[in-house]
Write a protein that binds this ligand. Structure first.
Ligand code: G3I
Length: 375
């Protein structure tokens, strides 16, 4: 039992949450809190955590939408130019459907040479490389989108096509013969033909950090060009990897420019595009070692960010890139100065709710209702 003194001190909230696996700030799941305002909430599931029954249970309890963390990427689906291997992706899709979860597809094309399968670099593109690059791209996007639509009603069609340091479009083995814009357009047109009712998303990690203006401007140029060319993009996926960049921010979670961020979001929604928060987590490297202050700063940053994002009625999807600190891509990335595990997600490594979880619930509670997303 939680004694009255603890409850009055608010400690009961955490204790209760720990006991029930949901934040006591809301006995409702995060998905239910979001759904009440027309928002879909979810998280990744996949490599590493899909095999953990505790994680599956937490995900099933809190999420209304899931996205495979790696299983639908070229590197996972394409052992070579001739074959697809859908086993891992199908297992996640089957689990999601049996648990009545929506599913996001990530990603039909990660337009970043580093993340294309090795064989694409030694593949024989023949006498007409443009034709072979076109064939490979159309076959991949068409095959994957047709296999999973309409169970998947929202695809990250193209991911991270811009080099944030230069503001230029990246080049890959496919875009070298085709051209970068033509490659991106072809992916979207192919996805539209294969999944007529799906939300088609351009996904990238431009951010509200003060030093990210070049990246934001480049994304606006890309989206404006797509719109002028009639490319069927319907939304911008904002990854939302908050906090310090992988290079250590001197203090805190890095300087942010809300006014510049709102100008960016106004431009994007002014093009008629929806907004998705697709990969929310908070990199806490420069924050204090003590868990209490660290978690509170992460929660405050999360709440401030989501209040901005959810002030846009076009934002109808909020996805975390993982639910539990036990499984975060950030853990092996550049260790904290104190060597302690990072705490980037709404639940801790033992699946107990953290202040970040209650900050997300509070942001949903404070948000104005909006017309729900597709599903
Ligand atoms: O499964 C193999 C394992 O068998 C092998 O021993 C090990 C050796 O390195 O690699 C394992 O695969 C790793 C895979 O994650 C599964 O853990 C890959 O090396 C590793 O590159 C891969 O990292 C993923 C990364 O995307 C690249 O696909 C991260 O988990 C995933 O969180 C990250 O997610 C990206 C989004 O797709 C796009 N936005 C940024 C985000 C974070 O980088």
């Amino acid at each position: 039992m939680i004694d009255r003194r603890t409850l009055m001190a608010g400690g009961g909230a955490v204790a209760l949450g720990a006991a029930t696996g949901v934040g006591a700030a809301s006995s409702r799941s995060l998905a239910a809190s979001a759904r009440a305002k027309g928002i879909r909430f979810g998280s990744t599931i996949g490599i590493g955590n899909f095999a953990d029954p505790g994680y599956r249970q937490l995900n099933a309890a809190q999420c209304g939408l899931v996205v495979p963390e790696v299983e639908m990427k070229w590197q996972a689906l394409r052992p070579n130019a001739r074959r697809f291997d859908f086993r891992a992706a199908d297992a996640i899709v089957d689990w999601a459907r049996s648990n009545r979860k929506g599913i996001r597809g990530h990603t039909l094309l990660w337009h970043f040479e580093r993340w294309m399968p090795e064989w694409t670099r030694i593949h024989d593109y023949g006498a007409n490389p443009r034709a072979e690059a076109t064939r490979l791209l159309v076959e991949h996007v068409d095959t994957v989108a047709r296999r999973y639509a309409p169970a998947i009603d929202s695809f990250d069609v193209v991911n991270e096509a811009i080099d944030p340091d230069t503001g230029l479009l990246r080049d890959t083995v496919l875009s070298k013969p085709l051209g970068a814009e033509a490659t991106i357009d072809l992916a979207f047109h192919t996805a539209r033909a294969a999944a007529p009712g799906a939300e088609l998303v351009y996904n990238d990690f431009m951010s509200w950090r003060t030093d990210d203006g070049r990246h934001r401007d480049a994304v606006l140029r890309l989206l404006d060009g797509m719109r002028r060319r009639g490319t069927p993009v319907t939304a911008l996926g904002i990854q939302s990897h908050l906090g310090s960049k992988y290079s250590e921010a001197p203090t805190g979670l890095g300087a942010v420019d809300e006014a510049a961020w709102r100008r960016f979001l106004n431009e994007v929604t002014g093009m008629g595009l929806d907004l998705l928060v697709t990969e929310l987590d908070v990199h806490d490297n420069p924050l204090p070692s003590a868990i209490g202050p660290r978690d509170r700063q992460v929660a405050a940053h999360t709440r401030a960010y989501l209040d901005v994002m959810l002030s846009y009625p076009q934002c109808r999807t909020v996805m975390c890139w993982g639910l539990s600190d036990r499984y975060s891509w950030l853990q092996p990335l550049r260790p904290r100065p104190d060597g302690l595990p990072k705490r980037p997600l709404p639940y801790d490594a033992d699946f107990a709710p953290k202040p970040m979880r209650d900050a997300i619930a509070a942001a949903f509670a404070a948000a104005a209702p909006r017309t729900p997303a597709r599903a």
